[in-house]
Design a protein. Structure first.
Length: 343
């Protein structure tokens, strides 16, 4: 009996040693399978909620991909992709197509937002005596832009285009009837509080802050259904350089798998998603974070596949807004996007 127990003890020890040796041998293989990618985020915004969820829930890590974020403002993020200093960035189809029209080579491999997220708020002071009706049709409400000084993020951006698009819908001349003042969102808030501007156009939470403070009134809101003809709109494309995914297909598949997981998680686990976003936006009132998230979620698809009609709507929007010229219009969308990496 003692001899038998001794043999079993020896066998157990041998098994443990063998398992340890196998683990040590396999560890370098597992580490070798982990790939890396870099993604530039052009602005801190809840528009990029899927990015934050995928990172903080470890969806990319579980796929064997380490994604490094970098903050590169505005078009600088796209330029960084073109220059090869980062692998991916997020951009709206409007900016993406303008870049293509100017000969800048990019390709979209996914989209995580299908509705325009922009809102326009005007100050109560500016609207006094103007007989503004918040329940009027969108074209009538847009007439309130006449004579207003509006802050936008940048000239010829999708936000600037929104003001031009709305002004034309109202029968106004966007160049003569509206004054545009580019500035960063925090500066917009300060300027509107002090009356230096009459209103601002941006995605939430910036318009929401003015509503909450009682300074501004919502005049136009695509998250609430204004300008439905623009949707679906490829509002948050994931783009890279041509040839990158052909050279590194597993990186692109892993990236998009993580995005798909994030999209599903956002719909199925809204409370936990808000907790994740609350940590990312810890300087923002939680009520404002929720308000912004509600607008984003309403336009969030359950899969990151790119819809071609989203390019059609984006291009029509830019042409009608006067941000893209007729001779810049793309006749075909072949080759500018791929759904090959979205499963």
């Amino acid at each position: 009996m003692k001899r038998e127990r001794g043999r079993k003890s020896v066998n157990r020890i041998i098994s443990v040693v063998l398992l340890a040796l196998c683990g040590a041998a396999l560890a370098p293989t597992v580490r070798a399978q982990t790939e890396t990618a870099s993604l530039a985020i052009p602005v801190l915004s809840l528009t990029f909620s899927p990015n934050y969820v995928a990172a903080d829930k470890g969806f990319w890590r579980d796929q064997g991909l380490e994604v490094k974020f970098s903050s590169i403002p505005g078009v600088g993020a796209t330029n960084a992709v073109l220059a090869g200093s980062v692998d991916f960035t997020n951009t709206a189809a409007s900016a993406f197509m303008r870049a293509l029209a100017r000969g800048q080579k990019l390709v979209a491999i996914g989209n995580t937002l299908e509705r325009v997220q922009i809102e326009l708020v005007l100050s109560k002071t500016f609207l006094q005596g103007r007989a503004f009706d918040p329940q009027a049709p969108v074209e009538a409400r847009a007439k309130a832009l006449k004579g207003a000084k509006i802050a936008v993020d940048a000239p010829n951006s999708i936000v600037h285009g929104y003001i031009r698009y709305a002004a034309k819908k109202a029968g106004l001349d966007p160049d003569r009837d509206v004054t545009i003042t580019p500035m960063a969102p925090p500066a917009m808030i300060a300027a509107m509080r002090t009356g230096q501007i009459d209103g601002l156009a941006m995605s939430r939470p910036w318009p929401s802050m003015m509503r909450q403070e009682g300074v501004g009134v919502t005049v136009l809101s695509s998250p609430q259904g204004d300008f439905p003809e623009l949707n679906p709109f490829n509002y948050n494309l994931i783009v890279t350089r041509p040839g990158f995914c052909e050279a590194k297909p597993s990186v692109c598949r892993k990236l998009m798998a993580g995005f798909n997981q994030a999209l599903g998680f956002m719909h199925e686990n809204q409370a936990e998603t808000l907790a994740i976003l609350g940590k990312r936006f810890d300087k923002t009132d939680p009520a404002m974070v929720k308000d912004a998230f509600d607008g984003v979620l309403a336009g969030t698809p359950r899969t990151a596949q790119v819809q071609e009609i989203g390019f059609t709507h984006a291009q029509d929007y830019m042409v009608n807004a006067g941000i893209m010229q007729a001779d810049e219009v793309l006749k075909s969308f072949t080759g500018i996007y791929s759904n090959d990496y979205v499963k």
